[in-house]
Write a protein that binds this ligand. Structure first.
Ligand SMILES: [Mg+2]
Length: 167
């Protein structure tokens, strides 16, 4: 179990990730979670920061996609003004959503990284598929009850970890 919930890197914020850092790891595609990774859980719209982040990845040859467990309405509204492929109801940690996104990119799982804030969904799913996995520190603590519950189980796996503020 341990190794499947161990990410390749622990990162302070999604906005600490640079295309150069990904390229150095051999990563050609980046799959992103929305809630508490790109924006706080209850933020409905993508902001200029999200757009600039995605644009910068694209400019540097990194393919991007959004894979979220959230419902269609939430994900569609969030991605409305973004030029990015998106997949909703992804049922992470199941592989289906990730697999579709990776196929769309025309890449192999080992060339693609997942960046997300939850060990038992984002990271577990990525490791099961043989992707690179980047754990992002959740933006804030305002989360639905079920997720707060999962945070308790994450705790022992996160104790003493150092988070990078540049990647
Ligand atoms: Mg999340």
């Amino acid at each position: 179990m341990g190794r499947f919930v161990t990410p390749d890197a622990y990162i302070e914020s999604i906005y600490s990730i640079s295309p150069e850092g990904l390229i150095k790891m051999g990563i050609k595609g980046l799959i992103l979670d929305i809630d508490n990774t790109l924006v706080p859980t209850y933020t409905k719209n993508a902001d200029i920061k999200v757009k600039a982040f995605l644009d910068n990845m694209k400019k540097n040859g990194i393919k991007t996609a959004i894979v979220s467990n959230a419902k269609q309405g939430r994900v569609e509204q969030f991605c409305r003004h973004l030029d990015v492929d998106y997949f909703y109801n992804a049922l992470k940690p199941l592989k289906k959503g990730y697999r579709q996104a990776i196929e769309n990119m025309g890449l192999r799982p080992c060339d693609v990284a997942i960046a997300g804030d939850q060990l038992f969904t984002d990271i577990l799913g990525g490791n099961l598929l043989g992707m690179k996995t980047l754990l992002i520190k959740p933006i804030d603590r305002n989360e639905p009850f079920m997720i707060r519950l999962k945070r308790l189980f994450e705790k022992p796996f996160l104790r003493g970890k150092q988070y990078l503020d540049k990647f």
